[in-house]
Design a protein around this ligand. Structure first.
Ligand SMILES: NC(=O)c1ccc[n+]([C@@H]2O[C@H](COP(=O)([O-])OP(=O)(O)OC[C@H]3O[C@@H](n4cnc5c(N)ncnc54)[C@H](O)[C@@H]3O)[C@@H](O)[C@H]2O)c1
Length: 426
């Protein structure tokens, strides 16, 4: 018998509030519950969003009514909760990152294969306009063979303090000192999602030993991870012979745009980005001595941001620094595949939230794999986890484990080939 999604939010902190209205409005979702270790937070969510409270994660596991969870707990805590939820027969939507342990990632993949349940990680990087653009151009063959790509997530710790303070209490700095590469997926996803089946074979990592936030980063008990690095960078050799450079920076004096590709280069064409301008250049197939260079910013920036830049470039730049366009989609993001019920709902992270929720719901409803399924997410996560080890050892080259492509029994979701309200087949 088919059933719709009845999902419990685990964690009612600063981020989950952007997602409750979307899950509530999705045609495949019948009911949304909320819970938090801090009861007042769940109470507040319950009142604001008019959803029932489930007492705890453990109660959600026991509930026969709840068939899915949305994990919005702190970044270091997802792995064990995901594993427990899958063991209890629940579909899992998880905020990033997947897990900070390679063994847990392997276990999540094993459980998804065994149960056929959905695991989908809410990776905003996958749905960012630059990633969409490079995926399309690479898939069309216009870029030729992949040679080199670089992406980064630049988010200064001073812009993130609120997040850690809100749940970390007196120990917030000990949580905040988490290695940047325990959270690598915003940047790795942007390069690897353009290269189907490709993974990092070897990495070497380097870290910047923070000299300013020495009460957060350091090896003398400043944080729970013995992590001295505020910034981490890796270079990876990819399975297709290409090279990828990834940086996760928290001592960077920079906030917006946070997640971006700087370059994505093929043998025939290149995408490049600089703060407010997106370019695509390519050998002119008509005449091999000329290069076509296009400014593709209009496709990749929200209309409001584009208008601001055209009106007054300096002012437009400042608006970008102040997070202009954070909530808006850009022309390259195709909203036609989204449910009508999302139309007037608030979005986030440059128009990515609607797509993330829709893909999870469609995947859970069909048993097909979302683009950010566990096998793909393992490839986004593991290079960072290994590169942190490498950085701690001064940059030694290390092999990265790979879980392979999804097992053949799974089909990939086509978000366009879906009729809403078909019910959950699991
Ligand atoms: N771009 C992005 O994708 C993006 C942006 C922001 C945050 N995030 C992710 O969202 C997640 C949440 O971030 P946040 O800023 O809201 O954190 P937060 O600390 O504000 O909220 C986490 C909440 O989870 C609760 N919690 C912890 N363990 C629990 C349990 N076992 N049962 C019930 N509740 C529990 C805490 O009490 C807290 O209220 C993080 O994993 C973060 O990485 C992702």
């Amino acid at each position: 018998m088919s059933e719709k999604i009845r999902i419990a939010f685990i964690g009612c902190g600063r981020f989950a509030k952007h997602f409750v209205p979307l899950f509530k409005a999705h045609p495949e979702v019948e009911k949304v519950f909320v819970c938090d270790l801090i009861p007042e937070r769940a109470q507040k969510y319950s009142e604001v969003f008019e959803v029932p409270i489930i007492e705890s994660f453990e109660e959600a596991m026991k509930s026969e009514e709840i068939n899915a969870v949305a994990i919005f707990t702190q970044r270091y805590s997802h792995g064990p909760l995901v594993i427990e939820a899958l063991k209890n027969g629940k579909h899992v939507y998880s905020a990033v990152p997947c897990s900070i342990s390679i063994d847990e990632i392997k276990e999540i993949a094993r459980l998804v294969e065994e149960t056929g349940l959905t695991y989908s990680m809410g990776e905003t990087g996958y749905y960012r306009t630059a990633a969409i653009f490079c995926r399309e151009k690479f898939a069309s063959g216009e870029m030729g063979e992949f040679t080199y790509g670089e992406a980064q997530y630049n988010h200064d710790i001073r812009n993130m303090e609120g997040s850690f303070k809100s749940s970390g209490g007196d120990d917030w700095k000990k949580f905040a000192g988490i290695p940047p590469f325990f959270y690598p997926t915003h940047s790795t996803s942007m390069i690897l999602s353009c290269l189907p089946g490709v993974y990092a074979k070897k990495v070497c990592g380097f870290g910047y030993k923070s000299v300013t936030d020495t009460d957060i980063y350091g090896t003398e008990g400043q944080n729970f991870y013995g992590n001295p690095f505020g910034n981490e960078t890796l270079v990876a050799e990819l399975s297709n012979g290409g090279v990828m450079r990834i940086s996760e920076n928290r001592n960077i004096g920079w906030k917006c745009p946070e997640t971006f590709i700087t370059q994505f280069n093929g043998t025939d064409g290149c995408y490049s980005f600089a703060v407010a301008k997106h370019f695509f250049s390519r050998w002119n197939p008509e005449c091999n001595t000329k290069v076509i260079m296009k400014d593709v910013s209009k496709m990749l920036l929200p209309e409001g941001v584009m208008n601001a830049l055209e009106k007054d470039y300096e002012d437009g730049l400042q608006q970008i620094a102040d997070s202009a366009g954070f909530f808006d989609m850009s022309p390259i993001q195709d909203a036609s595949r989204l449910p009508e019920s999302f139309r007037n709902l608030r979005n986030g992270h440059n128009g990515t939230h609607h797509f993330i929720v829709d893909d999870f719901c469609k995947a859970a409803a069909t048993g097909k794999l979302s683009p950010t399924n566990i096998w793909e997410v393992a490839r986004y996560s593991m290079p960072g986890l290994v590169a942190h080890e490498s950085a701690m050892q001064g940059g030694v080259v290390m092999e990265v484990p790979d879980l392979g492509n999804p097992p053949e029994k799974f089909e990939m979701l086509d978000p366009y080939a879906f009729e809403y309200n078909q019910g959950n087949t699991k």
